[in-house]
Design a binder for this molecule. Structure first.
Ligand SMILES: Nc1ncnc2c1ncn2[C@@H]1O[C@H](COP(=O)(O)OP(=O)(O)OP(=O)(O)O)[C@@H](O)[C@H]1O
Length: 848
C-alpha cells in the first residue's frame, strides 16, 4: 500500500501527501514441550468430522512408509497479530497433548487429552504471553519489523485526513486439515454426517469384508483406482489450457479521465502502466467521488480485480482537491510526524494502541477524520479483530464534534473492501462501523448485485472467472510424491507455483527437504536441490522482513520457481506471474480457499488452482460447491505421476529397477516407480542430514575435549553409538529405521508448541488477561520456576538446538486457591466453547 501511494505521490509532480504506515511487530514463535500436536490436530480434525478414530497395528507394505515422506509438522501458523501491547501473544496453541496420544489412543482418551491439553496450554501460554506483553514499553510496541513499513506516531500535531487500517497482518488460520500420514490403520470409525441438520451415524466395521475392501480401496488405492473413484481424468496441461487471459474485469467503455479523477492522479496511474479502469474501479469512483452526503461503500469483487485502486484513487482525489498538497520531500521521520499525517496505515491493534495512548493523535483527529477504510474487511471484522475495530470506531466517535451521549458526530465515510464480504460482516459493518449517514452502497464490478435478504456467504463471483480450478485426491502415502511429481513437471515447463501449507514448520520442513535432495530433473544445472537451480522459496509469519523482500524479488525475477507459503501470503500479496496455486493442505474456511486461489489469475491474467485432498476429504468439494465454487475439475493422479515419470526418466528407471513394489497397475506403473524412487531419495536426504549432524556433533565434542586436554577416547566409548551427551539424542534418532527418519521432522515438530496464531484464540486470551491476573501463578508459586526444555537437545526439521541449561529451584507446588480454580475452569470452559463454536462455524471441514 505504501509503495503504491508513494508511486502515486512520487516524482516532482507528486500530490504531496504524508503517509505513515504503522505495522505491528512480527511474532516470535515459542517452542513447546511435549505437545503432540500433529496427532492432536489430526484427531481434532477427525472429531470435527464426527469420526471416532481408533488406530491399531501396522499395515501391509503399501501403507508402511506412508509416514516417511508426507510427514510434516502441523505446528503453528503465522500468527499475525496486531496486537497492541500483546503483539506476541498470538494464539499459541492449545497443544500439549501427550506424546502417547499418538495414533494409538482411542477416541475417549483423545477427547480427554484434548480437554486437558487445552486447559493446560491455555493457561501456560497465557501466562507467558502476559508476562511478555507486560514487559513491553510503548516504545517497543512501536518498533516495526514485520512488513514494509516502519513508523511510530508519537507527536502528531495535525492530521490531514485518512486513517486507513492496513490488513497486512491478517489472521492466519492454520486450522486446516492435517493429513494423517501415520502408518497405522483405522479399524473402527464412527462418522457423523450432518448435511441437513440431522445426524446419522455410521460405524465402519473392518471385520465386514465389503466394508474392509471399500476401506482399503479408498485409503490405500492405487492411483488409477483413485482416479476412477474421483473422476480424475484431466491432465495438468488440459486444466491449464482451460484458462486464458481475460478482459472480463475491465470496463468496456470508461477511461480513468472519464471518471472525473484529478489529472495528476490520471497521470500517475498511466505512469504505472495502467491504462483502463476495471469495472469495480468505475463503480467505486462513481460512489466515492460523487458520494451524496457521505455514503459508505462495500467494495466486493473478485480477487485481483483492482479493489485497492478502486478506493484509493477517489480518496486521493478528495485529498488532492480539498486538502493542502504541500510537497514533503525527504524529511526525516521526526519532522514528518510533527507535520502530521495525511494517511495512516495500520493494523487494528496498533491503531487502537495509538488511539488509547497517543494523545496528539486523538487531538489531531478531532473532527477531521474523513475516511476509514477496512481492507480485507471480513478478516478484520471476524471474531478476533472485530472487537478492536469496534473499539477504534468508538474512540473516533467519542472524539468527534457532537460526540457524547448521542455519539453521532461522525465526520467520516467508511469503505469496506474484500473479495469475500459475508452477510454477517455486512450486518456488523452496518450496525457498528458505519460512518457518514449510515447509508451503504456496493461496488461489485461486473458482479450481480446480491439481494439484502442474502443470508448465506456465497463466493460464486469472488474468484476470477478465467481461473481454472481443480482438485487432486491422493492417499496419504502418495501425497508428497504427488506434490513432487506435480512440481517437477511444472518446473520443467518453466512455471511459477505457489504451494500453500497450513503451518510455518510445514513450509520449512518441505523446503529443507526439497533443498536437501539431489536434482531429479534432467539437465538441472545445480547439483543440489530437487529441482536443480530452480529456487524453492518460503514465506510465512516467522520469515524475517529482509528475507521476505528478497523472496518477493526472487519470485519476480525467476523464470520459474516454487514458493512454499502459509496463509500469510494468501491475502494482499501481488506475486507476479503465478501460473499455479497449489493448496497442499486445504484451508479451514472457504474464504481462505478463495483468497489463496486468487493469488493466480490476477488482473485478467490466466492462472490455475489445484486443491490436494485425501480420500476422506471428498466432501470438502461439496462444501466449496455450496459456497459457490463451481466448475471445479478433477486432476488425474496417474497422469500426474506418469507425466513426472516421463520427465524424470532416470529416477523412474531407478524406481523400476528396485522393483519390489510390484507395480501391477499398468496405467500408473511408471508413475508409481517414480513415486517410490522419490520416496527413497527423500529418505536418503534425511538420513544423510542426520549423519552430517552426528558428524558435526562429534567433531564439536572432540574439539571440546582436545581443548580441555583430554584424551581422545571416542573409540573406547564407542563413537557414534549414542553414548556421548552431545550427540546422544541425535544418535537415538538416527538409530531408528531409515523409513522412520523422514517422518522425524514431523514427530519432533509435533512436540513443539502448537501455534494457532489464530486471532480468535488470541483474542480469547487477551480477554482472559483483561479479566485479571489472579490465575497467573498457577501451580508453581513462582513464575519461571521451570527450565525451558531442561537443556535437552532437540532436533527439528530445520535444525538442532540446545536449550540453555538453567539452574532452578525445585518448584513449590501450591494448591491453587479454590477461587482461582473456579475461575480457571470457567475461562477454560469458555474458551473451549468458543473454539467449538468456531469449529462449527467453519463449516468447511466440519461438515465432513
Ligand atoms: N485498471 C487496472 N488495470 C490493470 N491492472 C490493474 C488495474 N487496477 C489494478 N491493477 C493491478 O492488478 C493487480 C491486483 O490489484 P489489487 O491488489 O488491487 O486487487 P484486489 O482486487 O485488491 O485483489 P485481492 O482481493 O486479492 O486483494 C495489481 O497488480 C494492480 O496493480
Amino acid at each position: 500500500m505504501e509503495e503504491l501511494l508513494s508511486e502515486l505521490n512520487g516524482g516532482s509532480d507528486g500530490i504531496g501527501l504524508n503517509i505513515v504506515a504503522s505495522i505491528p511487530k512480527p511474532v516470535k514463535l515459542r517452542k513447546s514441550k511435549n505437545g503432540n500436536k500433529y496427532d492432536k490436530r489430526r484427531n481434532k480434525s477427525a472429531k470435527a468430522r464426527g469420526e471416532v478414530v481408533e488406530v491399531t497395528k501396522n499395515d501391509s507394505n503399501y501403507s508402511k512408509d506412508s509416514r516417511k515422506g508426507d510427514a510434516k509438522s502441523n505446528n503453528e501458523s503465522d500468527a499475525k497479530s496486531d496486537a497492541k501491547s500483546n503483539d506476541e501473544s498470538d494464539a499459541k496453541s492449545d497443544a500439549k497433548s501427550n506424546n502417547e496420544s499418538d495414533a494409538k489412543s482411542d477416541a475417549k482418551s483423545d477427547a480427554k487429552s484434548d480437554a486437558k491439553s487445552d486447559a493446560k496450554s491455555n493457561d501456560e501460554s497465557e501466562d507467558k504471553s502476559e508476562d511478555k506483553s507486560e514487559d513491553k514499553s510503548d516504545d517497543e510496541a512501536n518498533h516495526d519489523v514485520s512488513t514494509n513499513h516502519d513508523a511510530s506516531i508519537n507527536h502528531i500535531t495535525s492530521i490531514n485526513h485518512i486513517t486507513s487500517i492496513n490488513h497486512d497482518t491478517s489472521t492466519n488460520h492454520d486450522t486446516s486439515t492435517n493429513h494423517d500420514t501415520s502408518t497405522k490403520h483405522i479399524t473402527s470409525a464412527t462418522a457423523k454426517h450432518d448435511t441437513s441438520g440431522s445426524r446419522s451415524k455410521h460405524t465402519l466395521n473392518l471385520d465386514n469384508t465389503d466394508e474392509r475392501s471399500n476401506y482399503y480401496s479408498t485409503y490405500h488405492a492405487r492411483p488409477s483406482e483413485l482416479d476412477r473413484k474421483t473422476g480424475g481424468a484431466e491432465t495438468a496441461a488440459q486444466l491449464s489450457n482451460k484458462s486464458t487471459a481475460s478482459t472480463n474485469i475491465f470496463s468496456p467503455t470508461s477511461s480513468f479521465a472519464d471518471l472525473g479523477l484529478h489529472e495528476k492522479i490520471v497521470e500517475g496511474v498511466t505512469k504505472m502502466g495502467i491504462a483502463k479502469p476495471t469495472g469495480v474501479q468505475v463503480e467505486s469512483c462513481g460512489v466515492l467521488l460523487n458520494g451524496k452526503g457521505g455514503t459508505n461503500l462495500f467494495v466486493q469483487s473478485e480477487t485481483g480485480s483492482g479493489k485497492t485502486l478502486a478506493y484509493l484513487l477517489p480518496i486521493l482525489h478528495h485529498l488532492t482537491v480539498d486538502g493542502p498538497t504541500k510537497k514533503l520531500k525527504k524529511i526525516d521521520r521526526k519532522a514528518r510526524l510533527k507535520k502530521g499525517v495525511t494517511i495512516l496505515i495500520g493494523t487494528p491493534g496498533r491503531v487502537l494502541d495509538h488511539l488509547q495512548k497517543t494523545e496528539s493523535l486523538l487531538m489531531a483527529l478531532k473532527g477531521k477524520l474523513e475516511w476509514v477504510v477496512l481492507d480485507e474487511a471480513d478478516r478484520l471484522l471476524d471474531m478476533g479483530l472485530g472487537k478492536q475495530v469496534e473499539e477504534i470506531t468508538q474512540h473516533l466517535k467519542a472524539n468527534s464534534p457532537g460526540s457524547g451521549r448521542q455519539r453521532d458526530g461522525v465526520t467520516w465515510r467508511t469503505v469496506l473492501v474484500s473479495a469475500t464480504v459475508t452477510p454477517e460482516i455486512r450486518v456488523l459493518a452496518e450496525e457498528k462501523i458505519g460512518g457518514g449517514k449510515g447509508k451503504w452502497e456496493w461496488a461489485r464490478g461486473k458482479l450481480e448485485p446480491k439481494g439484502k435478504d442474502e443470508t448465506e456467504a456465497n463466493f460464486e463471483s469472488s474468484t476470477p472467472h478465467q481461473l481454472s480450478q481443480s482438485s487432486l485426491t491422493v492417499s496419504a502415502k502418495l501425497r508428497l510424491p504427488a506434490l513432487t511429481a506435480f512440481l517437477a513437471t511444472r518446473v520443467k515447463e518453466g512455471k511459477k507455483v505457489v504451494v500453500f501449507m497450513s503451518t510455518c514448520d510445514g513450509v520449512d520442513y518441505h523446503r529443507d527437504l526439497f533443498n536437501a535432495c539431489p536434482p531429479i530433473i534432467p539437465s538441472a544445472k545445480s547439483s543440489q536441490g530437487i529441482f536443480g537451480s530452480v529456487p524453492i522459496l518460503r514465506m510465512h509469519g516467522s520469515v524475517p522482513h529482509s528475507e521476505r523482500t528478497t523472496t518477493m524479488s526472487q519470485f519476480a525475477s525467476s523464470p520459474s520457481c516454487v514458493l512454499l507459503a502459509t496463509d500469510v501470503a494468501a491475502r494482499g500479496l501481488n506475486l507476479p506471474g503465478v501460473d499455479w496455486i497449489v493448496q497442499y493442505d486445504p484451508p479451514s474456511e472457504t474464504s481462505d480457499y478463495v483468497h489463496r486461489a486468487g493469488r493466480a489469475a490476477r488482473a485478467g491474467a490466466k492462472g490455475c488452482a489445484l486443491l490436494f485432498l485425501l480420500p476422506s476429504e471428498a466432501r470438502y468439494l461439496e462444501v466449496l460447491k455450496q459456497k459457490g465454487m463451481r466448475g471445479m475439475k478433477t486432476l488425474s493422479l496417474s497422469s500426474t505421476l506418469n507425466e513426472a515419470a516421463a520427465v524424470c526418466k532416470e529416477v523412474t528407471k531407478e524406481g523400476l529397477r528396485g522393483g519390489s513394489g510390484g507395480f501391477r497397475d499398468k496405467e500408473s506403473k511408471k508413475g508409481e516407480a517414480f513415486a517410490k524412487r522419490v520416496h527413497e531419495i527423500m529418505e536418503d536426504a534425511v538420513t544423510a542430514d542426520d549423519k552430517d549432524r552426528r558428524a558435526s556433533a562429534n567433531a564439536a565434542k572432540k574439539a571440546a575435549r582436545s581443548s580441555a586436554g583430554e584424551e581422545d577416547d571416542d573409540k573406547e566409548k564407542g563413537e557414534g553409538k549414542g553414548k556421548d551427551e552431545i550427540g546422544g539424542e541425535i544418535l537415538k534418532v538416527t538409530g531408528k529405521r531409515r523409513s522412520e527418519n523422514l517422518a522425524f521432522g514431523a514427530r519432533e515438530m509435533e512436540e513443539e508448541e502448537e501455534d494457532d496464531d489464530d486471532e480468535h484464540v488470541a483474542e480469547g486470551k487477551r480477554e482472559k488477561r483483561r479479566e485479571g491476573k489472579k490465575g497467573k501463578k498457577r501451580g508453581s508459586g513462582e513464575e519461571g520456576g521451570h527450565t525451558q526444555g531442561g537443556g535437552k537437545k532437540k532436533r527439528t526439521a530445520t535444525g538442532t538446538f540446545t536449550p540453555k541449561m538453567v539452574e532452578f529451584e525445585k518448584p513449590k507446588f501450591e494448591k491453587p486457591k479454590e477461587k482461582n480454580l473456579k475461575k480457571k475452569e470457567a475461562t477454560t470452559g469458555d474458551k473451549r466453547k468458543m473454539m467449538m463454536q468456531r469449529a462449527m462455524d467453519l463449516g468447511g471441514m466440519n461438515a465432513m
